[in-house]
Design a protein around this ligand. Structure first.
Ligand SMILES: *[C@@H]1O[C@H](CO)[C@@H](O)[C@H](O)[C@H]1NC(C)=O
Ligand SMILES: *[C@@H]1O[C@H](CO)[C@@H](O)[C@H](O)[C@H]1NC(C)=O
Ligand SMILES: *[C@@H]1O[C@H](CO)[C@@H](O)[C@H](O)[C@H]1NC(C)=O
Ligand SMILES: *[C@@H]1O[C@H](CO)[C@@H](O)[C@H](O)[C@H]1NC(C)=O
Ligand SMILES: *[C@@H]1O[C@H](CO)[C@@H](O)[C@H](O)[C@H]1NC(C)=O
Ligand SMILES: *[C@@H]1O[C@H](CO)[C@@H](O)[C@H](O)[C@H]1NC(C)=O
Ligand SMILES: *[C@@H]1O[C@H](CO)[C@@H](O)[C@H](O)[C@H]1NC(C)=O
Ligand SMILES: *[C@@H]1O[C@H](CO)[C@@H](O)[C@H](O)[C@H]1NC(C)=O
Ligand SMILES: *[C@@H]1O[C@H](CO)[C@@H](O)[C@H](O)[C@H]1NC(C)=O
Ligand SMILES: *[C@@H]1O[C@H](CO)[C@@H](O)[C@H](O)[C@H]1NC(C)=O
Length: 360
């Protein structure tokens, strides 16, 4: 009887293994759209494990939330949402100047979340998906804003520093440049205005806006120095914080949304309407009629903004993704897999199955 029970346990284990194995091969073989609940059979706890990791890290350092939202954006704008922003190396995206907006606490969170999902289902959940889930969880923690994340992204194998510079919209962009850059990434002008709302959270380095404070240093008058679309009182405050020769190595940072700096909400638009947008690219939303209409609409209706923001994040998360058998599932989010390591995982699973079989 005892033997029978142990045989039954082994048989069940083996069947589970076969099911998991074939499902993961199936998942890897399916081409097409990303899907909500992509891991529900292959790693049912993936989303909750990631959510737990994000909320643990957030309890320690709330800066992880804006960090993750920014990182997902960066990932999707450079080479599509393929986890390229996460790769370590001498000349990868994270070594490029736009890395000022990337936070080590967010990279660490991705490692922690990856460790948690690998423990439960090795080789199944991509780093690009972990980042997409973690960005959603960050929005939920900071503003109660949430959305379903279609998943099934696979990880890329390249990350090139110069591509960060040529693909990310810099804070100096004007309205035309912003609309054009987002259009290159399959996003509409409305989605651009929605996603700019992410500046409702987080901090910025001085170098991203000092030009607006010191427009012409040969004129001593501070009002004349100030970008006319920036509030004079705000400019005075920022000049106290940021010298004109601020550069990328300075560590001074300032809040991006003065009104509700720690809440993901629509107050960003109220700020922009009152010349409190920190970047030229924020204030640019006021310079074109169609964009201004969106700013006013999102300022007037918090619920509408939150719903549309989630939809815009989903749309952004679809850009140029690797699906099906393209790309890989990285074992370590900071490095591409060694050659043949995917087939090595399958081989190990098979070896374990046969080992169990022999024990009968
Ligand atoms: C919280 O921060 C402390 C000190 O920085 C660190 O040792 C600990 O691992 C962190 N915990 C989590 C859950 O991130
Ligand atoms: C970065 O460059 C150093 C020195 O050239 C080298 O030792 C190191 O292995 C490189 N690291 C990576 C990840 O390529
Ligand atoms: C960020 O970019 C700067 C400038 O290229 C570089 O010096 C720095 O090492 C980078 N930071 C990281 C974490 O790679
Ligand atoms: C969002 O947060 C609420 C409350 O904190 C939680 O109940 C819910 O499960 C979260 N939603 C997602 C999708 O994580
Ligand atoms: C990266 O992946 C592409 C196809 O996805 C492949 O052609 C290329 O050889 C890979 N490069 C490396 C360095 O693995
Ligand atoms: C934005 O800048 C570009 C490049 O400098 C310029 O061609 C364009 O006319 C500018 N658009 C606006 C609205 O100022
Ligand atoms: C700066 O102001 C001075 C004095 O009004 C003027 O002559 C000069 O052209 C201005 N420079 C720029 C770049 O606007
Ligand atoms: C950046 O500014 C700091 C002080 O403001 C200065 O010490 C440092 O030399 C500057 N670095 C560069 C590369 O200009
Ligand atoms: C806000 O937008 C929602 C749709 O997103 C709509 O149902 C609601 O009536 C709007 N509220 C106001 C005050 O306009
Ligand atoms: C852009 O959107 C179109 C239409 O939705 C889609 O067919 C195309 O694959 C998208 N391009 C990328 C690179 O994601």
């Amino acid at each position: 009887m005892a033997n029978y029970n142990s045989l039954r346990t082994k048989l069940t284990t083996m069947l589970k293994l076969v099911v998991v194995l074939s499902l993961s091969l199936l998942a890897a073989g399916v081409n097409g759209e990303l899907n909500v609940g992509f891991y529900q059979n292959t790693c049912p706890n993936a989303e909750s494990l990631i959510q737990q990791a994000v909320s643990d890290a957030f309890a320690n350092n709330s800066g992880v939330a804006p960090g993750l939202l920014r990182m997902h954006f960066h990932d999707c704008f450079v080479r599509g949402c393929d986890g390229s922003v996460l790769l370590d190396g001498n000349d990868t995206e994270k070594t490029s100047i736009p890395n000022l907006s990337l936070r080590s606490v967010a990279f660490d969170l991705i490692d922690d979340a990856k460790t948690a999902v690998e423990k439960e289902c090795p080789g199944i959940v991509s780093c690009a998906d972990i980042l997409a889930f973690a960005a959603r969880d960050s929005a939920n923690l900071t503003g109660g804003v949430t959305w379903d994340v279609p998943a099934g992204r696979r990880d890329g194998n390249m990350s090139i520093a110069s591509e960060a510079l040529t693909n990310l919209p810099p804070p100096s962009f004007n309205a035309t440049q912003l609309v054009d850059r987002f259009k290159e990434k399959n996003l509409t002008a409305e989605e651009m205005v929605l996603l700019s709302g992410a500046h409702t959270l987080g901090r910025s380095h001085c170098v991203s806006f000092t030009k607006r404070l010191y427009q012409n240093t040969s004129i001593p008058d501070s009002a004349a120095q100030t970008d006319p679309t920036l509030s004079l009182a705000y400019a005075d405050l920022l000049r106290n914080l940021c010298p004109s020769n601020s550069n990328a190595t300075d560590t001074v940072t300032t809040l991006m949304d003065l009104i509700t700096p720690n809440t993901l909400d629509n107050k960003y638009y109220l700020g922009v309407m009152n010349n409190l947008g920190l970047f030229k690219s924020d204030q640019a939303l006021m310079t074109q009629d169609d964009l201004l209409a969106f700013v006013q609409e999102f300022n007037a209706n918090a619920t509408e903004w939150a719903t549309k923001f989630g939809a815009a994040m989903v749309q952004m998360g679809r850009f140029d993704v690797l699906e099906g058998t393209n790309g890989e599932i990285r074992t370590n989010c900071r490095a591409v897999n060694a050659a043949n390591s995917n087939s090595a995982t399958v081989k190990n699973l098979l070896i374990n199955m046969y080992r169990n079989y022999e024990e009968w």
